[in-house]
Design a protein around this ligand. Sequence first.
Ligand code: NAD
Length: 423
Amino acid sequence: MPKDTAVTPVQSDPWKVALQQFATAADLLSLKRGVREFLSHPKRELTVNFPVQLEDGSVRVFTGYRVHHSTVLGPTKGGIRYHPDVTLNEIRALAMLMTWKCAVVGLPYGGAKGGVVVNPKELSQEELEHLTRRYATEITMLISPESDIPAPDVGTNPQVMAWIMDTYSMHRGYSVPAVVTGKPISIGGSQGRIEATGRGVMIVAREAARHLGMPFQGARVAVQGFGNVGSIAAVLLREQGCRIVAVTDSRGGVYNEKGLDPAELLRHKEQAGTVAGFRGGTAMTNEDVLEAPCEILVPSALEGQITERNADKVKARLIVEGANGPTTPEADAILQDRKVLVVPDILANAGGVTVSYFEWVQDLQSFFWSEEEINERLERIMVRSFREVLGVSQERQVEMRTAALVKAVQRVADALITRGIYP
Ligand code: NAD
């Protein structure tokens, strides 16, 4: 497979960004020093270096991480990322974001994240399976349905989750579907999980447009990243009558002011491995997609994409963060001045973890729900959470990111204070 190219470097250290965002919320809540210090540290971090035998007989050592940020509200939940740029600080930041994300939508979870420094596109399916099973074994002391439940993230998918579930189950001697979410439906996955993050993005985009008094029908949308989140958000937004005018992935993309059909783009991507080269529009780069003429921008790739360098060139009135951490704090300030409404990651992409929660509950009960039930419950949680965050934003006169963080941090801090400090 060809290598991913043109990956935009992360502008700032994601862990510093996460700490800075937390500090803003902690200041507003006048958090006590001890609580603040406790929540500024990940609870535990595991780094593993492990060998994998490749098909040519050679052995390569890979580095992986699993970080638990907080267990105050319950077992930890968070995805596993396979990407060549994975770092411990990135995983720390994403674990902290997961704590806030679960809290903002009211789930009984703390935050975690995992990752392996690897370009999965360079491995065969068999090599990927071996890497996954070995990584799952290396982090096995941290994961279980009661303690930490991984899920897919960038570079991983339901098949990877199936291998993790199977590896864990083999070690136990019986099947443990609830140890991961985002599994295939045939082994205890949930209806609607694959679409959940993109569906949540669509729901909050619709609510935010309504709040802005902006027509949703016909709104032009630009999407950066066309993986699980970006592609499904594009399909569902189009179903709602939005016009998808620009789409890119790590190798470039396309623009068409008349609108692109995401289903056709998906077919092109299946064959070409990228949306770049799609005939239904003109070529567009990853940088340009952020500045594309549109009303709604949906960054759905990696963190650190909207920065102080390009924030003043964003044309959208509404940014819905499908990705985690796509906007730097410097860019946030510029966007706020320019009155661009940013629906932050911990709210905008919480649909994924919400349906992961439904999947875990179904697995624990061995009782499964219909897709309609899943989508209805997701809709209720996303709409309620959007309105609650908007309420905090209006009440405290702060932008939506700070409002979401304030709501989330408050919930975790209250639980921490109620539980007390052991011993
Ligand atoms: P994915 O691997 O399915 O897709 C990632 C997409 O981003 C691919 O199209 C890839 O080509 C593209 N990409 C990578 N680097 C890029 C770059 N520099 N510029 C433009 N495109 C680039 O991953 P995903 O699951 O869709 O996750 C995307 C984002 O959404 C991540 O930030 C992830 O943490 C976040 N997220 C995912 C979920 C989920 O359920 N999958 C839930 C919440 C948040």
